[in-house]
Ligand binder design. Sequence first.
Ligand code: COA
Length: 366
Amino acid sequence: MSIILDPGLTLEMGRRSYVNGERIFNPTGLRAKISIANFSSIAPNLTIIGWDHFTHRITTYPFLNPSNRSLYPAIAELEDPVTLGIMKRGEVVIGNDVWIGQDVKLFQGVTIGDGAVIGACSLVNKSVEPYTIVAGIPARPIRKRFSDDEIAILQRLRWWDWPDERINDLMTALNGTSVAELEKAVEEDARKRAAKEAAAKELLAQANEALAEGRNAAALEASQEAIKLSPDSGEIALALGSAELNCGQYEAAIASFRRATRLMPQRASAHANLALALEHNGKTREAFQCATMALAYERGNIVAMKVRARCHLILRQFETAEEFCRKILALRPDDADAETILHGIVNNRATRLPNATCAWTGPALV
Ligand SMILES: CC(C)(COP(=O)(O)OP(=O)(O)OC[C@H]1O[C@@H](n2cnc3c(N)ncnc32)[C@H](O)[C@@H]1OP(=O)(O)O)[C@@H](O)C(=O)NCCC(=O)NCCS
């Protein structure tokens, strides 16, 4: 949602919050920062109230304004309250799950607590406690939405920070009226989630064991089941990709490894295996980039070094290819892949083909 902000305003907007009418008013142009946290609903015509003039002085007239200063140069001899910080009331902070009714006016510097409600046409000049309904000019508390104990529970649960999937699972309780029922539903949901996590972990262990033993079909089956239970697990995405790669399902492997890199952006083996799958699918350029990324996270990643060596060989960059092979052999003296690439270098050096050819040395395990 793009919200039109009157000049002077800056806005930091949390997840799923919205401003109906998509505009916040600031008639005086006062410089003010507004932050709105998650899942808050703002009705049309929210307005920020402008500067304070000085009520403790004889005159409230703004002699300090630049346009008046030239006319009354003597004002320069007075201390500027703006630089003294006197006029700054601070930013407007709107919490989570706040509902602000239409035509509300907010003073700068107010904080609206989580779960609070501001009645239509109210003028809010004081901060509002969490889960309190206020209304009127000036806005005064009408009532609290829940008991103090219930409010404490809601503030502990912080449902507005949950992932959408969890919010969806608890939608009935969130739209109910009983905090005790919500708390019960949350506990039940946590139990179910823990059981699911444990089952996914067990399947991941089975998949990794099967991969290590070369039982690729079993690894594929276990990791496919695991990812259904735990779709946000990078480890499972990595195991699934490896099983798919070993079973010859290259497009699927690329997708799984991409998912693993998204979920574990700094995990070298996710990038290295993605490079391997891409290389196997003929996407040399992207494979090269992913292998480079893997090596940035882990200098000695063997899989990434092999991909880089083969890419350099194909590009007829024989010296660099050889350098990578030497590095691999320094780490693993009998590595058959490195030997194959070295043979490839010898064979291809003699040819004048634009691209060298390279024996595919088969998928590597995670
Ligand atoms: C505040 C609000 C949510 C009502 O809350 P409520 O708990 O049901 O309050 P009640 O209607 O029982 O009113 C309680 C008291 O507050 C007063 N009150 C309620 N809303 C008020 C308002 N916006 N301004 C001033 N007084 C208000 C009532 O007159 C009543 O006063 P009384 O006790 O002296 O009779 C509702 O009045 C409101 O302002 N809703 C906003 C609607 C809106 O802006 N919608 C568009 C955006 S989606």
